[in-house]
Every structure is written in C-alpha cells, then in structure tokens.
Write a protein that binds this ligand. Structure first.
Ligand code: DGL
Length: 267
C-alpha cells in the first residue's frame, strides 16, 4: 500500500458524496475513488444480510484497486457490516459513519434529540448501543425517512416537493420537544436547507462528514500514508447507470463530472 493509492468511498447511492465533500476539503491531495452502489439503492429498507453482502463485495473491490483506506459513507452499511469488514480486511484502514448522537447530547437544552435516519440504521443493535453509551440521560426520538433518500437520488433538493416531504417529519419531532436534530443518513445533508427551514433557524442539524474526514486523516497519518504534492483526483463509479451518476454528482457537488460503470463482477 502506498501513499499514492486511492481512498475508496462508497454509499448505496449519492448520499456518501456529502462525506466525500468533507474529505476533499480536509484532504485535497488525496485521490478518491467513489462508488455509488446505485443498482442496490436504497439500503435502508433491505435486510442486514443484503447490505452486509454488498459491503463485503465493495471492500473486496477497493482492495482489488489497491485502495489504502475505505470509507463506508453510509450509516446503514456501517451499522450492518463495519465489524465484519474489519475482520475480512484487517490490514485496511476502514472508517464508518454513525449518527452524531454524542454531540447532540451535549447540545440539547430540552433533553430531547430527534434523529432522522433509515429504517435499517434505527433498527440496528449498533444504533441502540450508541444511544445507550453516548446519551443515556437524553430522550431520543427517531423518525425513519426513506422518502428523503429517494428525493436526493432524484436530485430534488429544494422547492415545493422537498419542503412538503420534510415538513411533517420535522414538525413531529420538534413538537415532541426535540431542540437538536441529527441527520443520521448521508443523503440528508443535501436537504439541509429544506430541513432547516422546517425546523426553524436556531435548531442545530448535525451531520458527520467533517469528523469522518478528521478520523480518516488521523488513520492515514498514523500509517504514514498521507499523500503530498499536487491536488488529488476524483473518480466516480457505479453499479448502476454511469450517465445518471454523472448528472447526479455534478448537481450535488456543483461541478461537471463524468462517471463510469463498474465491471460486472462487482455489481
Ligand atoms: N446514505 C445511506 C445512509 O447513510 C443509506 C440510504 C439508503 O440507501 O437507504 O444510511
């Protein structure tokens, strides 16, 4: 493994680009290989076994591409598979994402925190353990929002349709007393403006891109794998349609990007 090797980042679809954005800001010299597992999106409503099988396939793919680290930029896949991935590839730096329960517990004044995530994340033992460990005194309210994932996949980030989709879930948790909201799915930061408008201006919306980027930097540093020199490259791949991913990513990242379909073996 070399410092020149890419960092593999994946999600069920385009949500992980919210994490990629933070990684690019923090580590501009790194070369990034982003995989959207679009042929299998959404993960949130699938079984844990299904999501774990895809995680194993994608980890094997990143290893075959000589990746020096892997970021599971998906809360659902982290909850389903992170421990198993670390067993499968003990030599690889593997970083997952988890809903920002700990900072939310520190920020809340009302003692009530609202969490938006997928059904898979909210039902996982890993999420229950996180809440128990980091926020035993706080009342945690959950709301699965699979429809928000599909909005972001369709590129509907603002406007009447986005506003209508976020209004009721946000109102439900706010009316039940939540004064901090956790965006526990990597798709949701792309709906930040609509969610903020529904929640009110002072309500913190917590996401995990920046802390994940810091953890990644730390792990690379420890292993002597940080890349120096010219700005790194970005390659986008998908198990689904390349043209669609190119369009989605261009919209979400605000720059013209092309994408490629992965070899059939990994799809
Ligand atoms: N972006 C993913 C997450 O963070 C999964 C969304 C989905 O595929 O349901 O949980």
């Amino acid at each position: 493994m070399l410092s020149e090797s890419p960092i593999g980042i994946y999600d069920s679809g385009v949500g992980g680009l919210s994490v990629l954005r933070a990684i690019r800001d923090a580590l501009p010299r790194e070369s990034l290989l982003y995989v959207a597992d679009s042929a299998h999106v959404p993960y949130g409503e699938k079984t844990r076994e299904y999501v774990a099988r895809r995680a194993a396939a994608l980890a094997d793919y990143f290893v075959s591409r000589q990746a020096k680290a892997m970021v599971v930029a998906c809360n659902t896949a982290t909850a389903a598979a992170i421990a198993q991935l670390r067993q499968r590839h003990p030599g690889l730096a593997i970083i997952g994402v988890e809903p920002a329960i700990k900072p939310a517990a520190h920020l809340t004044h009302s003692g009530v925190v609202g969490v938006f995530a997928t059904t898979g994340t909210l039902a996982s033992p890993k999420f229950a353990a996180l809440v128990q460990r980091e926020a035993p005194e706080v009342r945690i309210l959950f709301r699965p929002c699979p429809e928000w994932v599909s909005l972001v996949e369709r590129g509907v980030l603002r406007g009447p349709e986005a506003d209508a989709a976020v209004r009721a879930p946000v109102a439900e948790l706010r009316e039940a007393g939540a004064d901090v909201l956790v965006l526990g799915c990597t798709h949701f930061p792309f709906l930040r403006d609509a969610i903020q408008a529904a929640a009110g201006p002072g309500v913190p919306l917590l996401e995990t891109g920046a802390p994940v980027a810091r953890r990644l930097r730390h792990q690379l540093q420890e292993r002597g794998l940080l890349r120096a020199g010219a700005p790194g490259s970005l390659r986008l791949e998908t198990s689904g349609g390349a043209e669609a991913l190119g369009m989605q990513a261009s919209l979400l990242l605000g720059q013209a990007l092309a994408a490629h379909t992965m070899d059939e073996r990994w799809r």
